[in-house]
Design a protein around this ligand. Structure first.
Ligand SMILES: Nc1ncnc2c1ncn2[C@@H]1O[C@H](COP(=O)(O)OP(=O)(O)OP(=O)(O)O)[C@@H](O)[C@H]1O
Ligand SMILES: [Mg+2]
Length: 300
C-alpha cells in the first residue's frame, strides 16, 4: 500500500508514476562532523529514483558513501540537505520515521551483531513483538518468514549454532516478519564463505522475484552486482554511474579509474574486443563469454 494513496477518482498529476516509486532521492547531502569540528560531505547532491520491485546494487570503493546512502533509505540517518521520499513519505517529517522503518528493513554485514534472541523463532518474532503485533499474527508471520528463507527446520535452534549464511537468512526472516516493501542489505555476504554467499543471494533474489520485495544490495562483489536489475556506482559521495549491469560493466576503464573491479568475463570480453577480435564487448557472465568465444574455439 502506498502512503501517497488517495481517494479513488481524484486525479493527481504524476501520481501513477509516484505510486511505482520506492525511493525518490532528491539532492541528498550528508555531512558528518569530523573530530576537528569540520563538516565532511560523505554524500554530495545525490539524486535518483528507485522503482518498486527493482533489484538495485550499489557499488563503490571503501568510504565512498554507500552505507551512508543506505542508512537514509530507512531514516537511520537524516539528510543534512535534500530529501528522501520513501513511498512518498519524506524522511524529514518526524511522523514518517516509524512507518518508513516498518516499510524498509535493513540487514547488516555481521550476522552476529544483529541476532539477539536465544532461539531462532524468538529472533524472528522480535520485530513484530516490539511494535505490538497480536500473538496469533506473530506466530503466522514467523512461520511464513522462516518458510520463505528456507529455515523452518531450524526454528527451535539457537542462532549461535548456525552457519554465517544461515544466520543471515534468519536476519532476513526477522526483517520479513515486519512485512516490508523493501529490504536494504549492507554487504550481507562480506563475512560469508561461497556457500553462505550463494544461500543469501538466492534467498534475496527469490524474495524479489516471488514476493515483489524491492531490494537494495550494497556489495563489493561484482558478480553479485551483475545479478541486479540496476547498478548505482558511488564515488567520493557522488552518484557517478547508474544503469543496467551491462551498461555499467561494459565501461571497465571508467570503473578501474574509480578503483573498482570489473567482473572477469566483462573485463576479458572488453579486452579481446579492443584487440580487434569479433567478440561482443558486453559479456557479463562466464556463460556469455563462453558463448562469445565458441566460434573461435571451433576454428582451432
Ligand atoms: N559517524 C561518522 N562520523 C564521521 N565520518 C563518518 C562517519 N561514518 C562514516 N564516515 C565517513 O564518511 C565516508 C563514507 O562512509 P560510508 O561508511 O558511507 O562508506 P562506505 O562506502 O559504506 O564504505 P565501506 O565500503 O568501507 O563500508 C567515509 O569517509 C567515512 O570515514
Ligand atoms: Mg559501508
Amino acid at each position: 500500500m502506498s502512503a501517497g494513496s488517495t481517494r479513488p477518482g481524484r486525479y493527481i498529476p504524476g501520481k501513477e508514476i509516484m505510486d511505482s516509486v520506492m525511493f525518490e532521492i532528491r539532492h541528498l547531502t550528508h555531512a558528518y562532523e569530523t573530530e576537528d569540528g569540520q563538516a565532511y560531505r560523505a554524500l554530495d547532491d545525490v539524486s535518483c529514483r528507485i522503482r518498486k520491485g527493482e533489484f538495485t546494487a550499489v557499488i563503490g570503493t571503501n568510504g565512498s558513501g554507500k552505507s551512508t546512502l543506505a542508512r537514509h533509505l530507512n531514516a537511520l540517518l537524516l539528510p543534512t540537505e535534500g530529501d528522501v521520499l520513501v513511498e512518498g513519505m519524506s524522511v524529514n517529517d518526524p511522523e514518517n520515521i516509524w512507518p518508513i522503518r516498518q516499510k524498509v528493513g535493513m540487514v547488516f554485514q555481521n550476522p552476529d551483531n544483529q541476532l539477539v534472541a536465544a532461539v531462532v523463532e524468538e529472533e524472528v518474532a522480535f520485530g513484530p513483538e516490539n511494535i505490538g503485533v497480536p500473538r496469533e499474527e506473530i506466530l503466522r508471520r514467523v512461520e511464513t518468514a522462516l518458510e520463505k528463507v528456507g529455515m523452518t527446520q531450524y526454528r527451535h535452534h539457537s542462532p549461535a549454532m548456525l552457519s554465517g549464511g544461515q544466520k543471515q537468512r534468519i536476519a532476513i526472516a526477522g526483517v520479513l516478519a515486519m512485512k516490508p516493501d523493501c529490504i536494504i542489505l549492507d554487504e550481507p555476504t562480506a563475512m560469508l564463505d561461497p556457500v553462505g554467499r550463494r544461500e543469501v543471494m538466492d534467498t534475496v533474489h527469490e524474495l524479489n522475484r516471488k514476493e515483489g520485495i524491492s531490494v537494495v544490495l550494497i556489495t563489493h562483489f561484482m558478480e553479485e552486482a551483475v545479478t541486479a536489475d540496476r547498478v548505482l556506482v558511488i564515488h567520493r559521495g557522488h552518484l557517478v554511474m547508474d544503469g543496467t549491469p551491462r551498461e555499467v560493466f561494459s565501461q571497465p576503464e571508467k570503473l578501474k579509474t574509480i578503483g573498482l573491479d570489473v567482473p572477469v568475463p566483462a573485463d576479458l570480453a572488453h579486452l579481446l574486443h579492443k584487440k580487434g577480435l569479433a567478440v561482443r564487448a558486453d559479456c557479463m557472465t562466464d556463460e556469455e563469454l563462453g558463448d562469445a568465444l565458441c566460434p573461435f574455439v571451433s576454428k582451432i
